[in-house]
Design a protein around this ligand. Structure first.
Ligand code: ADP
Ligand code: MG
Length: 360
């Protein structure tokens, strides 16, 4: 590697190549997962319950064996059909859903637990540094049951980061916190990971959390990786309807490609992608892609309104019966049953194949 490359390229810390794991024969829990993470990158495994997030994380940690494929940590092969480096030799830090603190050990003993290789003085110093980093200086002598949920989580984080792991693995770390605390801890965790340039894999089923935290998001569906990309691309350019719906509100309306544009009931969309497939397509529309205004035309009518603080979410029924949604600032309030006209403000068009095209 030339010095130039060293400054511009970050090392690949995690690399999964076609990883498949089974709990039962003939029924893979995850299949052909390929993802990688560069040094300092935060990646999220996102998907509904049972899609294989925890299995993938546990395979990286070495708690599960892989059936086929390879896992590399810091350039070292740690898992394959014939290789299985035990967890304690992988230098991974883990934060579990329930934090898994040692209940009979004080905060400082929990944090110094993984530092046995250090001298007594270095261990004390490192523990103090970690407690300072997570804002728990002064809590050294407490037991876990004497701490709030957020404080317990900070201890778990300090314990996981203390031995300076190659990678930090976290499985739904915010699920035991109330919503206000979740947002606070999410911000804290983000700051801490960036400050320490820690490479991390965060498991979550919450797309907002994935978007807030991740450099790249891996979306899993039924054990299969369906998209791995930046939050912006996942949201604006989902590769399938499952991703489109999982990461935000999305409506799907039929369209027809005509003269280089996609004609739909609510107007024409540009065919920037130069979609060459079947002439019938499905167009994804997000509520922020539609602006509405009151109209005398009866093509579209508001059928429901949901107050969301700074915005209203409207459901609008089109003449064909298709329903689309629009978010509007709360100071623009329309009554249910108002006829509206719709303006599309999408900067790009997301198309999917029309499922009935082949048979119609
Ligand atoms: P997630 O974390 O996304 O909810 P998991 O990785 O826990 O999903 O589970 C993936 C699949 O593997 C699911 O079908 C689940 O039922 C199955 N599974 C998970 N753990 C076990 C296990 N210990 N034994 C058998 N099947 C399991
Ligand atoms: Mg899980």
């Amino acid at each position: 590697m030339t010095p130039d490359q060293q400054t511009t390229e970050r090392a690949t810390i995690l690399d999964l190549q076609n990883v498949t794991c089974h709990y039962q024969a003939n029924q893979p829990a995850v299949q052909n997962i390929s993802i990688s993470a560069q040094e300092g990158e935060i990646i999220c495994l996102l998907g509904p319950s049972g899609c294989g997030k925890t299995t993938t994380l546990r395979a990286i940690a070495g708690f599960e064996k892989v059936t086929t494929g390879e896992i590399f940590l810091n350039g070292q092969l740690v898992s394959s059909a014939n290789t299985h480096t035990p967890t304690e030799r992988r230098r991974v830090g883990m934060v579990f859903q329930d934090y898994a603190l040692f209940p009979h050990l004080r905060v400082k003993e929990n944090v110094s637990f993984g530092l046995q290789a250090l001298s007594r003085t270095s261990r004390q110093e490192r523990t103090a540094t970690m407690l300072d980093l997570v804002g728990l200086t002064g809590f050294e002598q407490r037991y876990p049951h004497e701490l709030s949920g957020g404080q317990q989580q900070r201890v778990a984080l300090a314990r996981a980061l203390a031995p300076n792991p190659v990678i930090l693995l976290m499985d739904e770390p915010f699920s035991n916190l109330d919503p206000d605390m979740t947002i606070k801890m999410r911000n804290e965790l983000y700051r801490l990971l960036r400050q320490t340039n820690t490479t991390a894999v965060l498991v979550t089923h919450d797309h907002q959390e994935a978007f807030a935290m991740a450099d790249r998001v891996a979306v899993l569906e039924d054990g299969i990786l369906v998209q791995y990309d930046t939050p912006e691309t996942i949201y604006h350019r989902p590769t399938c309807q499952f991703v489109a719906e999982f990461v935000g509100k999305a409506d799907f309306i039929p369209g027809v490609i005509q003269n280089g544009t996609i004609e739909t009931e609510i107007g024409a969309f540009p065919n920037q992608g130069g979609y060459q497939g079947n002439s019938k397509v499905i167009v994804m529309v997000r509520p922020d892609d539609i602006k509405m205004s009151q109209s005398t035309s009866k093509h579209a009518k508001i059928i429901s309104r949901q107050f969301r603080g700074s915005q209203h979410l409207y459901a609008i029924e089109l003449a064909t019966g298709h329903i689309v949604h629009s978010v509007e600032p709360s100071d623009h309030s329309y009554e249910v049953n108002t006829n509206v006209s719709l303006e599309i403000i999408a900067t790009h068009t997301v198309l999917f194949e029309h499922p009935t095209e082949s048979t119609s």
